[in-house]
Design a protein around this ligand. Sequence first.
Ligand code: IGP
Length: 264
Amino acid sequence: MDRIADAFSRAKAEERTLFVSYLCAGDPDPDTSFEACRTLIENGVGLIELGIPFSDPLADGKTNQHAAERALAAGMDHAKCLELVRRIREISQVPIIFYTYYNLVYAHGEADYVAMAKAAGVDGMLVLDLPPEEATTWMKTCREAGMKTVFIIAPTTPPERVETIANAATGFLYYVSQLGVTGVRATLAGDMREKVEEIRRHTDLPVVVGFGISKPEHVRAVGAVADGAVVGSALVNCLAANTDNPAAALKALAETARELVTGC
Ligand SMILES: O=P(O)(O)OC[C@@H](O)[C@@H](O)c1c[nH]c2ccccc12
């Protein structure tokens, strides 16, 4: 079963953009985090990026950093992240990607980290601070375990590295359309089409675009050039604004997802 390929091919067949969500696992607490994932699935999300909370999330903007802080403060650990995946698998076959940092992989050992995730039902990994040039053993370990390895391409990625990254990736490629770190923005990058077309010259993998997406018109603009639209901070903000009221957080999440999915 290739949940990732199935999700993208279903979206393509239905001529829609795959709605990809990001939340930090365990934000604001393990139970609410599971209900948040259920809410997203019920409101159109077709692929879940789960951030593994880490104390030094250097690639994340303030919104995601605070989400990781809330999750860690709520006692989220690796075992609970795997338990969250198992709970999601009881209700859905939605593809799940771990967004993690290499310190967390190293702490368990690559083989164990991948094996535990695969057993729980994770479909792919994005190690945010591990470039393909340093990921030879990682990619081999994941390939042998049937775990996809997603990689990121940025606006500043030079052409020769676009090819290297595109050739290393499996599952899909993620084009982060803005410079800097994650976070809601008023406008999207203007050169998205050219960069995605450049990526597509090197791969047949699906390409998703993220960074700053917060409105249906952003999703529509991304959908015109890419196979999926990634929304993180706009969803995380729903939890951040209601940390003392899980029901309100989930209601805001459902409303935001329902609005964004109209752009898919
Ligand atoms: O938050 P935004 O602007 O909607 O962007 C998605 C982003 O949060 C998610 O894909 C992500 C979370 N952590 C990351 C680190 C690097 C790149 C991307 C990410």
